[in-house]
Ligand binder design. Structure first.
Ligand code: FES
Ligand SMILES: [Fe+2]
Length: 457
């Protein structure tokens, strides 16, 4: 399709124009928005960041990690949010609990390993011990404590934790509503992907010189693809992509795959990029009769045909979900690139003290298919030799500030770009972003950030 002039403000393009409201690819009218130009200080002002912490981060549900990362009783992982550290643990009963990672005795951080499996937690300072449910089970030399000291409480401090769609969410606010309410329609949309049955095959945590919102902004739109990622133009329809907004700052986009961008000169040849997407769907490109315009429609047909053989259940998915990428935006700092074969979770984590640094936390999860003819999709960008069986939960690869993350061509291009954006935003000559409707998701989530920061939420 050529770049059109019939763009609908307030709705944008629909990748499946015939979809109705019950369909996963339905393009709903956008949530109300304004045309205001936000003050750029939101991207660097420590006072703004402090308000975000006090009024937003400490009061909302944030994504800690996937349930499959802690499958056995005693398995735990640490979740860092700003200056806080939480222990997320599978209890004896098989439930999931979360605690502040701090000892009630003198405040030492109890767990230091990012992942572990324990029968109980022991503080490294004076050896107090805690069961998996946070209850204190041993106080060293307890006879030397006055009872009236210990009566103040000796258990770990619990923090609220709820699971939706195989994902663990944490909230420091006891008055907040349930996470399902917070997520709204995104909860059911994510549920379909059965993320609990997937496992982490790669986890990279890199540090970037930009505000967490500068990071999220760059991944919430496709408008920059032609300029920053020209290599994607042969196989991603960046222009007629679909953008949807939902209550509470949530959003998603739909990116048609196996279709050249209308900006790409050759619309007919089944180029190498599209060939590899056909191969991944089980189609031999050599015998494929169509042009580049036919590839996207051929993919769901081929995937459904081989579904039984490889044990992937596509029944609950629409055709667009089989061919395209569905990145869901969980307010305010998460995007989940969702495919039936796997998900790509990216989290834009605020730095504990510096609003011009964020931690880009990147988890690739795969539904393992034990079939020699099956290939893990190339969009996952997994390095050669990655173990996708789920036998071992890989360690987190930590990439310090200033070191190229080596996340694959596209993400590396973003990592090179963002420090320049952050620097430019700080200029006295920059008066704030001018967002197009291709950037409606940015406008939408920033407005929600403002509602928290301004005390309206
Ligand atoms: S600080 Fe933990 S036992 Fe003393
Ligand atoms: Fe990008």
């Amino acid at each position: 399709m050529e770049k059109g002039t019939d763009f609908k403000l307030g709705r944008g393009w629909s990748v499946s124009p015939d979809a109705d409201e019950a369909d996963a690819d339905y393009n709903a009218p956008h949530e109300p928005s304004t045309t205001s130009r936000p003050d750029p200080s939101r991207y660097y002002d420590p006072e703004f960041a402090a308000k975000e912490w006090d009024r937003m981060w400490t009061r909302i549900w944030t994504l800690a990690g996937p349930v499959s990362d802690i499958s056995e009783p005693g398995d735990y992982f640490l979740y860092q949010l700003g200056a806080e550290s939480f222990i997320i643990v599978r209890t004896e009963a098989g439930d999931i609990s979360a605690f502040y990672n701090v000892c009630p005795h003198r405040g030492n951080q109890i767990a230091r390993e990012e992942f572990g499996s324990v029968r109980e937690f022991t503080c490294g300072f004076h050896s107090w011990k805690f069961a998996l449910d946070g209850k204190n089970v041993a106080i060293t030399d307890s006879e030397t404590f006055n009872k009236d000291v210990l009566c103040h409480g000796t258990d770990l401090t619990e923090v609220r934790c709820e699971v939706v769609a195989g994902l663990i969410f944490v909230n420091m606010d006891d008055d907040a509503g349930p996470v399902r309410e917070f997520l709204g329609p995104i909860a059911d949309a994510l549920e379909v992907y059965a993320i609990a049955e997937m496992h982490t095959v790669r986890h990279v945590c890199s540090v970037w010189s930009a505000n967490w919102k500068t990071g999220a902004d760059a991944f919430y739109e496709l408008y920059h693809l032609h300029a920053v990622h020209p290599e994607t133009q042969c196989l991603m329809e960046d222009y007629h992509a679909q953008y949807d907004t939902y209550p509470n700052g949530m959003s998603r986009m739909i990116v048609p795959f196996a279709k050249p961008s209308p900006r790409f000169p050759d619309q007919e040849t089944v180029n190498e990029g599209i060939q590899s997407m056909l191969t991944e769907a089980g189609i031999d490109p050599a015998s494929f009769k169509g042009t580049a315009q036919d590839a996207r429609a051929a993919i769901p047909v081929a995937k459904r045909k081989r579904a039984k053989k490889i044990g992937l259940d596509y029944d609950k998915f629409t055709d667009a979900q089989l061919s395209d990428s569905f990145p869901y935006g969980i307010f305010p700092n998460v995007q989940i690139g969702s495919h039936p074969e796997g998900v790509f979770i990216m989290k834009f984590m605020p730095h504990p003290t510096d609003p011009e640094i964020f931690i880009y936390d990147n988890i690739t999860m795969v539904k393992y298919v034990d079939d020699p003819d099956y290939k893990v999709p190339g969009w996952m960008g997994l390095p050669e030799g990655t173990d996708v069986t789920g036998a071992v939960r890989p360690d987190i690869e930590h990439i310090p500030l200033g070191v190229k993350p080596d996340l694959g061509l596209v993400l590396d291009q973003d990592s090179e770009l963002l420090p320049f954006v952050q620097k430019g935003i700080r200029s006295r000559g920059f008066k704030g972003p001018l967002w197009s409707e291709q950037e409606i998701r940015l406008r939408h989530y920033h407005a929600e950030v403002d509602r928290y920061v301004n005390g309206e939420k």
